[in-house]
Write a protein that binds this ligand. Structure first.
Ligand code: SF4
Ligand code: SF4
Length: 280
């Protein structure tokens, strides 16, 4: 029971990630209709379209023709994360999370000291990569990030078979293991940056209560985006940054039960925003 409590969100995330991959795989292998396609464009039961909104945005900038289904699919996904789940795509859906979490785990296990301080790679680099991907899509007339995305390569590799694309995945793994902690997802991935921006105002947020906090800082140790936990030890409130993945790791390790998921009411949200503005 203690194990289940301690890893409940991790187990949920792996179940969803692997379950989705299984459904995509079975659609290709056995013709199942529950979820077919790939992460860029899928269909649920052959009827409901789902599209990657960033891929659609790049296609639009590249001057590609966009069908009604692609637009509707992008709207459904963007609305889900923007209104409700925040950046949860990165923690619960993206297959790259399996690779980067494995690199993190191995790095901690082996006590590897990364080259991070020497590389000086900042977390906001991902927003520059996102801007560059959109600009290049416009200039080159093709969806720039989709061509090189290790996420797409990994997803297609799992479903249809991995060829030379395995090298790209290995590079991401080694980069996270040896060079920069949370290097790809936390510093470079434009899709993570995109969901951070649109998830800023989502309703699902981590809530912190200062009164019961023991200041053990275990939450900051496990958080892949620890800059979002700057309120720890200072004030009760919500983790408002869109860079929070809603992964739940901080909640699992918090022995003081000071952290938990909460659906913010819009009224509370407005109060928080006002408070932030006054502080600024
Ligand atoms: S893990 Fe919980 S008790 Fe420890 S510092 Fe974080 S919020 Fe406070
Ligand atoms: S604050 Fe908590 S839920 Fe958000 S990314 Fe960090 S560990 Fe995950």
């Amino acid at each position: 029971m203690k194990f289940l409590k301690h890893y409940r969100f991790l187990l949920l995330r792996r179940t969803i990630q692997l379950g989705l991959l299984f459904l995509y795989f079975m659609a290709n292998y056995a013709g199942w209709k529950l979820l077919s396609g790939n992460l860029s464009a899928s269909e649920v039961l052959g009827v409901i379209p789902l599209s990657d909104p960033l891929a659609i945005l790049q296609l639009f900038l590249a001057g590609g023709a966009l069908g009604a289904n692609a637009l509707l699919g992008a709207f459904i996904i963007a609305a889900f994360y923007a209104l409700f789940a925040g950046r949860a795509f990165c923690a619960y859906v993206c297959p790259m999370n399996l690779i980067t979490d494995s690199a993190n785990y191995l790095r901690r296990l082996l006590g590897i000291d990364t080259l991070q301080r020497r590389l000086l790679l900042r977390r906001h680099a991902r927003y520059w990569v996102l801007g560059m991907a959109l600009l290049l899509s416009l200039v080159l007339g093709l969806p720039a990030f989709e061509f090189i995305s290790p996420i797409g390569i990994l997803h297609r590799g799992i479903i249809f078979g991995m060829g030379m694309g395995g090298a790209a995945i290995l590079i991401v793994f080694l980069f996270d293991l040896l060079a920069v902690k949370n290097g790809f997802c936390g510093h470079l991935c434009p899709l993570g940056a995109f969901y951070s921006l649109i998830g800023r105002y989502s309703l699902l947020k981590v809530r912190y209560q200062k009164e019961s906090c023991t200041l053990c800082m275990k939450c900051k140790e496990v958080c892949p985006e620890k800059q979002v936990l700057d309120l720890i030890g200072k004030q009760s409130g919500y983790v408002l940054s869109g860079e929070c993945l809603n992964c739940g790791r901080c909640i699992e390790v918090c022995e003081g039960n000071s952290l938990g998921f909460s659906i913010r009411s819009l009224i509370e949200f407005k109060k928080d925003e006002k408070h932030e503005n006054i502080k600024a």
